[in-house]
Write a protein that binds this ligand. Sequence first.
Ligand code: NAP
Length: 528
Amino acid sequence: MRSSGNWVRAKVVCDGGDVTIVALASMVPRAVAAAAELSRDQTQTEGARTVLTENTGLFIGGTWRPASDGGLIEVQDPANGKIIAEVASGTVDDALAAVAAAQAALPSWRQTPPRERSEILRRAFELMTERREQLAELIVRENGKALTDARSEVVYAAEFFRWYAEEAVRAEGSVQTAPGGANKILVLRQAVGVALLITPWNFPAAMATRKIGPALAAGCTVILKPASDTPLTALALGAILAEAGAPPGIVNVLPSRRSAAVGEAVLADPRVRKLSFTGSTEVGRGLLAEAAKTVVNCSMELGGNAPFVVLADADLDQAVAGAMVAKMRNGGEACTSANRFYVHASIAGEFAARFATAMEKLTVGPGLEPGTDLGPLVNAAALEKVSELVEGAIGAGARVLTGARALDRAGYFYLPTVLGDVPPDAPILGEEIFGPVAPVVPFDTVDEAVAMANDTEFGLVSYLYTGDLATGLRVCEALEAGMIGLNRPVVSDPAAPFGGVKQSGIGREGGHDGLLEFTETKYIAVQW
Ligand code: NAP
C-alpha cells in the first residue's frame, strides 16, 4: 500500500485475483467492496483490475462536490464496456456556480505577477511528468488507446504547461509614435476574462492542457467541460493544478452529461468572455451561434479530413512509414489523422500493398495489455460508424487489402484496415473516419491530387510526400489547410500554431498565437 496526500494506492487480495485500488482515503472501504466485485468478474483483463474512485466530484472554487441534483456520469472502459467509475454530472446551477468561482478569482489572478503564474504552470508540468504512468493508465482506462499512445499523450500534454510557463513571462505590447506626431500609440495585451473550455474525448489530457496552459499564462480563469466519455483525466488535471499552487477558482472542472444546456447557460452569462472549443464541426457551429448572442470571443478547433498525398517521386519506404504514423497515431482517433490517401497511379498498388502489410503487423487488444499497438474505439457508436463507412466504401467498389471488420469480442475493437482503388466519390472520403481505416485513391496528375485534397469543407491538416522540395513547397501553397506535414507524419508541437482553415476552425492553439487567443488588445492614445 502506498499513500500520497489524501490518496491511497493498494493491492487488494480477492478470491478472483488481486485488484489494485486508487482511492481517496475516505473512499477506501467503498473501493475495497468494488474491488471484490470486480475480482469475481472474469471478463476483466488483468490490467483493467483497478477501481477508480478518486477525483470523481465536480471541482469548483477549489473544492470537490457532488452535482446539485446528485446526477452521475458512468465512465466505461472501451476495452470491455464495463463501468469503471461514476463521476458527478454538473447541472446548469453547478455550471453557474463555476462561473461565479472563476469570476471571483479573476481580479487577483490577472494581477498575479506573470512569474508566479508561470511557476504554477511549471510545477504542474513537473507533477504531470512525475505521474506519467498513473495518468497514462487513467487515459487508457477511459479512452481505450494503447498505453504507448497514452504515455505520448501525457508527455505532449505536459509540454503545454512547460511551454506556457515560458510564454507567461513574455507578454507583449508596443509603443509607437502616431503618424501625425501628436501622441503615442500604446498597445497592451490583457487577459480576456473568464473562459469556458470544452474538450473532446480523443486526447483527454492534451486538449485540456493546450487550453488551460495559455489561459492561465494570460491571466484568465477557466471552467473546463470535458467530454462525458473521458472526464477522469480532466478531473485529475484539476487536482494537479491545485497541487501545483493554482488558487481556488482559477481552474474549475465540470463534467456534465447536459453539455448543450450547460454550454448555453454559461455562454449566456455576461461574466464569461471567452469560449475555446475543441470538437466536431457540427457542435462547433451550434456553439458559435450561441456565442454570437453575447458576442463571446471564440477559438474553435474543429473536425478534419486530412489528405495524405504521395507524389510519383516520393521515397516509398518513407511514405509508407509516414502513412502508418499519420493514420495510426491515437488509433486513427485524431483530428490530424490521415483520412484519405491520394497516391500517384504509378506507385499506388505498391504503396497500398506495403501499407496493408505494415497494418497487419499491429497487435490489437486492450490498451493496457503489454504489446498492444491498437486499442478499441472509444464507444459502440464509434464502432458502428467506422463499420458503416467501410461497408459503404466496399459497396462503392473499394478492394479490401486487409481488415475491414470488427473483432468478435467484448469492447469496441476494429481491425487495422486498408482499402485499395477507392473511387474518388466514395462517401468514406467525405467524412472524418476517426478509426484505423485507410482508403487509398490513385491519381494521375498533381493538379488532380490537389483538387481532390481540397474538395472538402475541412482544412485542418494535409500531408505531402515528394522527393523534390521545390515541388513540395509549391503544392503546400496550393493545399487548403492550416497545417501541412511535408515528408513528415506529425505536425503537433506545443511550440507551433495548431489550427485549421475553412470549417476546421478559427484561431490557433500552441506557440505564441495560442497565448494571444486568451488576450484582448487594448490601445491607449497617450500624450506626454
Ligand atoms: P463533440 O461531439 O463535438 O464533443 C466535443 C465536446 O463538446 C464534448 O465535451 C461534448 O460533451 C461537448 N458538446 C457536445 N455537444 C455540445 C453542445 N451542444 N453544447 C456544448 N458542448 C457540447 O466531439 P467529440 O466526438 O468529443 O470529438 C471528436 C471531434 O473533435 C472530431 O470531429 C475531431 O476532429 C475533433 N477534434 C478536433 C481537434 C482540433 O484540434 N481541431 C482536436 C481533437 C478533436 P459531451 O461529451 O458531454 O457530449
